[in-house]
Design a protein around this ligand. Structure first.
Ligand code: SF4
Ligand code: SF4
Ligand code: FES
Length: 221
């Protein structure tokens, strides 16, 4: 750290001095980094800013979201960048056996080697390996629950040596769970049907008529 309490960061091999009270992404904005890639919500939700970084004195390269990872004097980092993960197309309404269809859409799920690389890199603390296993055993409810905080950064797929895309498997399982496997909310569906057929039209009109009209502005003195 220099005398003005700035910290030294190494971004893609070049050194910069930045405020100590910022994140890796904040530091990039501070140094005028000119790119829209890797910039998104700035709040840890979109997964656009996945980054690799190494802390001073450590040999291990870690991963994180650049908008959530604080700078540290001597930190070295780069953004992970975007790689498109191929997505098989499917129509939920046409799936005949969604649990079995998983193996047609994502055949590689059965080849997991339990290497835990995906677990190591997930910035959200999810266990993608376990999630893939739950998916292969058809426990889609568990998968949906596990991946609720997934930001689709794609790091888990990036490091998988057998080409498993845990984040896409999770989306598939979650969609199937919601659309095909969950018990239908019969009361809600009945009420929606009543609304659509006009059962409450008179009541709704009465509500509209009873709305308080905005008061006239006071005449100026
Ligand atoms: S599960 Fe995969 S895509 Fe989701 S946050 Fe973790 S590493 Fe990123
Ligand atoms: S990185 Fe791939 S092979 Fe390794 S545990 Fe995760 S899903 Fe399985
Ligand atoms: S910019 Fe969206 S998660 Fe970091």
């Amino acid at each position: 750290m220099d005398s003005d309490n700035r910290v030294s960061i190494d971004f893609m091999g070049k050194t910069y001095e930045v405020s100590p009270h910022t994140t890796l992404l904040g530091a990039l904005l501070e140094i005028g980094w000119d790119s829209v890639k890797g910039l998104g919500c700035m709040g840890g939700c979109c997964g656009a800013c996945a980054a690799w970084y190494r802390l001073p004195g450590e040999a291990h390269v870690k991963s994180g979201l650049a908008c959530r990872t604080p700078v540290k004097d001597g930190i070295s980092f780069s953004l992970a960048g975007h790689y498109h993960s191929p997505k098989p197309s499917y129509d939920l309404s046409e799936l005949k056996n969604p649990k079995q269809d998983l193996f047609d859409l994502y055949p590689e799920v059965t080849t997991c080697r339990n290497c835990e690389m995906c677990v190591q890199v997930c910035p959200q603390g999810i266990d993608p390996m376990q999630g893939v296993w739950y998916a292969t055993f058809g426990d889609f409810a568990k998968v949906a629950e596990m991946f609720k905080s997934c930001v689709q950064c794609g790091l888990c797929a990036r490091v998988c040596s057998v080409g498993i895309r845990p984040h896409l498997v999770a989306i598939y399982a979650s969609r199937v769970q919601g659309a095909c496997l969950m018990e239908k909310p019969t009361d809600l569906l009945e009420r929606l049907s009543q609304i659509e057929s006009g059962t409450f039209r008179d009541e709704w009109e009465a509500v509209l008529q009873s709305q308080v009209k905005p008061s006239e502005p006071e005449p100026s003195q």
